[in-house]
Design a binder for this molecule. Structure first.
Ligand code: ATP
Length: 192
């Protein structure tokens, strides 16, 4: 899955609608302290279904809504849209939160449950907790990790961790089949 575009409105410091085009390849976000780099990554994770206000650095989920400044009044809602492409097909995922009304999700304009959004990203081996999203405070963890741990992180980020699980399942089934075959051979030998 490739994330091609991110539209943000009323989310944290992004009070005015912002439309970011994400080109293929590596994307870096640079800027002075406090300019909103982490907010950008949080907008992505929030739309993918993040439900922990603490991991959004807030006390409650409504804290993601622009809280106002000395010169601008607070907003009543926040909305983030992700345009993603998978196997040549584009999908738009939108999460919106309104004060006093909670969150609502849409996929391609249809109202859906949070679970549907989580499943969509899980199938694409990504999501709010994907190791492919490395926030500033996680960089140290990646650097300090042992080689085997780092390999596991990279494999999960690349979406191949699921293949290892399927391989283990297949090996267990293979061993069970070999045991059954050996047992059948014994039974046949007993009858001779
Ligand atoms: P650093 O490099 O220091 O980590 P950063 O570029 O990652 O900074 P963020 O942490 O993304 O910056 O943004 C912090 C800014 O977002 C602060 O100025 C904070 O006031 C603002 N902010 C966070 N939540 C809200 C909100 N709900 N309403 C308005 N502004 C907010």
């Amino acid at each position: 899955m490739q994330i091609k575009r991110l539209r943000i409105s009323g989310f944290k410091s992004f009070v005015d609608p912002a439309d970011l085009v994400i080109e293929p390849g590596l994307t870096g976000v640079v800027g002075p302290n406090g300019c909103g780099k982490s907010n950008l990554l949080e907008a992505l994770r929030w739309t993918m279904g993040e439900n922990s206000a603490r991991s959004m650095r807030g006390a409650g989920m409504e804290d993601v809504i622009f809280a106002g400044t000395a010169s601008r009044p607070p907003r009543d809602f926040a909305e983030v849209a992700i345009l993603a492409e998978r196997d040549g097909e584009e999908t738009e995922i939108v999460r919106r939160i309104e004060r006093g009304a909670g969150s609502a999700y849409r996929i391609d304009g249809r109202d859906v449950r949070a679970r549907d959004v989580a499943l969509l990203f899980a199938d694409a081996a990504t999501g709010a907790h994907s190791p492919a999203l490395v926030s500033q405070n996680r960089i140290g963890v990646v650097i300090a990790a042992k080689p085997a741990e780092r390999r596991a992180m990279l494999e999960e980020a690349a979406g191949i961790a699921g293949l290892h699980v399927r391989r283990r399942d297949a090996e267990v089934r293979l061993r069970a089949t070999e045991t059954n075959l050996a047992r059948i051979d014994e039974l046949i030998a007993d009858q001779d």
